[in-house]
Design a protein around this ligand. Sequence first.
Ligand SMILES: Nc1ncnc2c1ncn2[C@@H]1O[C@H](COP(=O)(O)OP(=O)(O)OP(=O)(O)O)[C@@H](O)[C@H]1O
Ligand SMILES: [Mg+2]
Length: 255
Amino acid sequence: MSEICKLISVTNQKGGVGKTTTALNLGAALAASGKRVLLVDNDPQGNLTAALGFTQAEQKYTLANLLLAAIDYPEDLELHLKRAVLHTENGPDLIPANRRLADAAARLQVMQLSQYNAVGDAERSCEKVMDSLLAPLRTDYDYIIIDCGLKQELLTVNALAASHYCIIPVQAHFLASEGIPEVLELVRSVQAKFNPNLKIAGILLTMYQSRPQLCRSVRESVGDIYGEHRPGIILAAMLTFAGMVFLWKRRPTTQ
Ligand SMILES: Nc1ncnc2c1ncn2[C@@H]1O[C@H](COP(=O)(O)OP(=O)(O)OP(=O)(O)O)[C@@H](O)[C@H]1O
Ligand SMILES: [Mg+2]
């Protein structure tokens, strides 16, 4: 294997800022350039699953099954992985999600509570479950991109603990920079406790062109505060567009 798989989490605790759109289009663009890409829907809303043309409620095998298998039946994980990964024609593969992911997050929380009483077992830590379940897939893909949700923070911590990079989409809006300190705090805490290799790939200004004057001033202020003074944070901008940038046909799951 010449290239090492890169894991990227797309996260911001603010809603509707373009996380799913970023994960989807980044994944589609990389797949279109010939890379092997797996998208992971890490949000019980299942928006990424729906955006790829799958009906969330119909998905029998999802990220929830994988998390529960990784916790309770790690020996069956390989079988569950084969069932859960969906394939799209010419596009990225997908581990889907639906509301059941919230139940798996609750299971992680129970695990977290019991960890306080147990002697530290790093391999069995509730923050590293996603890392362990994605490990067998690393040889199959060039990129694994995880779309994070808003609520269950433990799911986001799991994604960050498994990732090499995170991208923080920020809407080009006058209150945009409000949520950034919270995300940076979470990233720093994951770096310190679970994943010293995690890097911030960048703060991505989304929906950038709809009001050019406002967008420029948001870019300047976010850049002033977080760009120059924090090494390693690069500002980029994603233009407004009317729909999906890349289109592909869904194909049935192979088992
Ligand atoms: N660059 C863009 N230009 C125009 N519209 C966009 C752009 N990016 C996202 N949108 C639209 O903004 C809305 C929110 O985007 P998206 O679902 O990607 O945000 P999100 O951060 O994943 O939301 P949530 O917090 O609910 O998961 C969607 O309707 C999406 O189509
Ligand atoms: Mg989303």
